[in-house]
Write a protein that binds this ligand. Structure first.
Ligand code: ATP
Ligand code: MG
Length: 386
């Protein structure tokens, strides 16, 4: 009995010792955890302070806002752009509906493409803004939106200068060209001159060159006008099926004159927000190219309307000469032609697709070019569905 009680008390003593030791160990662990947390918080505060300092040196504007659109951070450049301070609400400073809408969408987790906006303070400023959701809570311990702002005012001033120059020169060239054309027409009606063999050979060349020059001037004027309007979003509701039907009807004679078969695969309910005249210009340019750059006897153009998620896509496909792989990325450059003599012979100036590209951008749409030499070309224009 005595031995049993001794063994029992030893066991109890060991248990008490272990328990006390465990508490001590636990106590130390809790302290370490607390210390780690404190170190982490201090570290993250320092880290964020350093990031914010760094952002102040950025030439681009950086704005960080919370869900209520209250400014949590603004670097020096954004303060200069908008005369704002931390704590203000951007609803009351930047009343641009596109921008406010993009911020709402970013908070809903949607992908936002870059925006270009114009703001009018003492002067007019053109800004490019990228809106991004800080999902990783990199800047604050709450969900925030980060706005990166680039000032494009100087760039657009330069663009305007260039466009004004091109527009003025083209305009000035128009009048003397009209006189030359009138002169050529009267020569053409003069039977004495027409009997002169040298003149007879020269007249068609002079006439076609003056027509080419007229096209060039028309395209240059149109391009400079379009460039200046690229940032203005179209506002009309357009039924693309009705519009393509209209284009096909209008150009029916030209299409059949060129031995071309045109097929249109339609789709119900195909509406977008657009500008009717500019959309007509886009698709007539594409159809015109499909006819011009096709040496086959049986030319074929297939226009297809198709849907992809929230996109309405119109695709223009031909069975023409195609574009060499290395030239595909260049064909929207102004004055670029794959084969200058071929383009010249069909009256091309190399400006058509440059115009199309600007009009597509104005519609916030996308252009995709696929082509195989000697097989044909397909150009997809992807619009946001209404
Ligand atoms: P413009 O349209 O100003 O009258 P263009 O047709 O030469 O002149 P773009 O429409 O800009 O100019 O086309 C640029 C070049 O791309 C063309 O010269 C041609 O080489 C090539 N190209 C365009 N579309 C096609 C096509 N469907 N098939 C083959 N080549 C094409
Ligand atoms: Mg063309």
């Amino acid at each position: 009995m005595g031995l049993l009680s001794i063994i029992l008390s030893i066991i109890i003593a060991i248990l008490v010792f272990l328990l006390l030791k465990k508490e001590r160990v636990l106590g130390i662990q809790t302290e370490t955890e607390n210390n780690n947390k404190e170190v982490k918080i201090i570290e993250s505060k320092d880290y964020r302070k350093n990031i914010n300092k760094l952002l102040d040196y950025f030439p681009e504007g950086v704005l960080i806002i919370d869900k209520n659109k209250e400014i949590l951070f603004c670097n020096n450049s954004s303060k200069n752009f908008f005369q704002i301070e931390i704590g203000e609400n951007i609803n009351s400073i930047l009343r641009n509906p596109d921008l406010l809408n993009s911020i709402d969408q970013a908070f809903e987790g949607k992908n936002i493409s870059d925006l270009e906006i114009e703001i009018r303070n003492q002067t007019i400023q053109r800004l490019n803004i990228t809106v991004y959701l800080d999902n990783d809570l990199l800047f604050f311990d709450q969900l925030t939106c980060v706005l990166f702002i680039r000032d494009l005012t100087e760039f657009y001033k330069f663009q305007q200068l260039k466009s004004d120059f091109v527009a003025n020169v083209s305009h000035e060239l128009r009048t003397p060209l009209q006189s030359i054309k009138m002169g050529l027409e009267s020569f053409d009606n003069n039977s004495d001159l027409k009997n002169n063999s040298e003149f007879k050979n020269l007249l068609p060349i002079m006439t076609s060159q003056s027509e080419r020059m007229e096209n060039l001037i028309r395209d240059l004027l149109s391009l400079s006008k379009i460039e200046l309007q690229e940032h203005i979003r179209p506002t009309h509701e357009i039924d693309l099926i009705e519009l393509i039907d209209y284009i096909i009807k209008t150009y029916d004679k030209m299409i059949s004159k060129n031995n071309t078969k045109l097929k249109f695969n339609k789709f119900d309910d195909f509406k977008i927000i657009g500008d009717r005249d500019k959309l007509i210009e886009i698709f007539t340019n594409l159809i015109d190219n499909s006819i011009k750059y096709n040496d086959k006897k049986d030319k074929e153009i297939i226009i297809t309307a198709k849907k992809e998620n929230d996109l309405n896509i119109i695709s223009v496909a031909d069975n023409g000469i195609g574009i060499p792989k290395e030239s595909i990325h260049r064909i929207t450059e102004r004055f670029f032609t794959v084969d200058p003599s071929k383009s010249r012979s069909v009256g091309g100036t190399g400006l058509g697709l440059a115009i199309v590209k600007h009009l597509v951008t104005q519609h916030r749409a996308e252009m995709l070019i696929n082509s195989i030499e000697n097989q044909g070309t397909t150009i997809d224009i992807k619009f946001k569905a209404l």
